[in-house]
Design a protein around this ligand. Structure first.
Ligand code: KG4
Ligand code: ZN
Length: 366
């Protein structure tokens, strides 16, 4: 059973092929990605219409590249998985349209995959795959959630952000510092040269007793701090960017301090979830999972507590087609892929808003 996966929910076009034969964890046969970061950088963020058009340009050449890597013809594909949502509607429609067209041409089923399920399962492609059940910390540009995962399609939401996601907190803080989009990687690179103790930013909801997050206040605190520092050294007219009057060291100190605040909250809440569920495994997925400080601190805390922590391979932390092909494959293996109720009809349906909690019980076996 070979599954082609197509990801096009935001600013990355990803295509991959997995072998999901039998019950063994699906194996990656080929994987290709085109990131649109450079194209969107001029605008300081993702321009949805440009994203859709670029997905159209990239998706078929990437598919050819994946098949060439695998040394297989298109006819070797047994099913096509695509990201059905959540994400940008126009961007999602490209993946859905191409998946349906390929499925129709090959007379093979298509599987609509939840993007976050892809992230959640992505560590199964790593050299150190997890076992169910586990606690998942899902931290991407649009989501910050803690989940109990008992199996494929069996997801219980333990807590989530009540406002901004962790990735958004990285991105917005980075923007305030005048760093290029996407802010997370840029901010964490700058933070290496900074002092994390320099500024005391809030740790929102750290003592709320529940597993929810809130990161919107952090952005305001960073704005206030940057304004204060800018004013302190501003002796001329208003400059181009708010952070321009800051010294390189001040910027690095702000970056390190805000990163420390976000990471501390993520680590402590993950451990609260571990305690609450009694589970001894933690999976970290989504773009923010690539953050080196988060990995370092979670690694140290988990080693101390005897908890196993699993990550996707670094290059599969951010959006990619491999996680979509994998989730499609694991759904087929679990007998859950008929969420699409494949009946020979190809539907161009996407779900730009689609809570993962809607996926769980709806597809559980009777
Ligand atoms: O999972 P992802 O690629 O896309 C979504 O599904 O949203 O996550 C993108 C997010 C962005 O907010 C980006 O700034 C953040 O992940 N990110 C990072 C790092 N790499 C990506 N944040 C902090 N440190 C990083 N190294
Ligand atoms: Zn994502």
């Amino acid at each position: 059973m070979r599954i082609l996966g197509i990801e096009s929910s935001c600013d990355e076009t990803g295509v991959a092929l997995v072998d999901a034969s039998g019950s063994a964890t699906p194996r990656l046969l080929g994987h290709a990605l085109h990131s649109q970061i450079e194209m969107h950088q001029a605008y300081g963020g993702v321009v949805p219409e440009l994203a859709s058009r670029d997905h159209i340009r990239r998706v078929l050449p990437l598919t050819d590249a994946v098949l060439a890597q695998a040394g297989l013809p298109l006819s070797a594909v047994d099913a096509v998985a695509y990201t059905r949502g959540p994400g940008l509607a126009g961007a999602l429609l490209v993946g859905s349209g191409v998946a349906c067209a390929l499925g129709f041409a090959l007379d093979k089923p298509v599987i609509g995959v939840h993007h976050l399920e892809g992230h959640l399962l992505s560590p199964f492609l790593s050299a150190d795959p997890p076992e169910f059940p586990f606690v998942a910390l899902l931290v991407s540009g649009g989501h910050s959630q803690l989940m109990r995962v008992d199996g494929v399609g069996r997801y219980e939401l333990l807590g989530e952000t009540i406002d901004d996601a962790a990735g958004e907190a990285f991105d917005k803080s980075a923007k305030l510092l005048g760093l290029p989009y996407p802010g997370g990687p840029a901010l964490s690179r700058l933070a290496v040269q900074g002092d994390a103790q320099a500024y005391k930013f809030p740790r929102p909801l750290l003592h709320s007793g529940d597993l929810d997050f809130s990161f919107a206040g952090l952005k305001t605190a960073v704005l206030t701090q940057v304004k204060r520092l800018a004013h302190a050294s501003l002796d001329g007219p208003a400059t181009l960017h708010l952070a321009d009057p800051l010294s390189a060291q001040q910027k690095a100190d702000v970056a390190a301090s805000v990163q420390a605040a976000i990471v501390e909250v993520l680590v402590k809440k993950s451990f609260m979830a571990i305690r609450q569920t009694g589970l001894r495994r933690l999976v970290v997925a989504g773009g923010v999972g690539a953050n080196a400080l988060l990995r370092e601190q979670l690694g140290a805390a988990c080693a101390k507590a005897g908890v196993r922590v699993h990550y996707p391979e670094l290059h599969l932390c951010t959006d990619n087609g491999a996680m979509i092909a994998l989730a499609g494959g694991m759904r087929v293996q679990a007998g859950l892929a008929d969420g699409d109720a494949f009946d020979g009809a190809y539907r161009f349906d996407v779900k730009p808003r689609w809570p993962l909690s809607e996926l769980g019980p709806a597809v559980l076996p009777a």
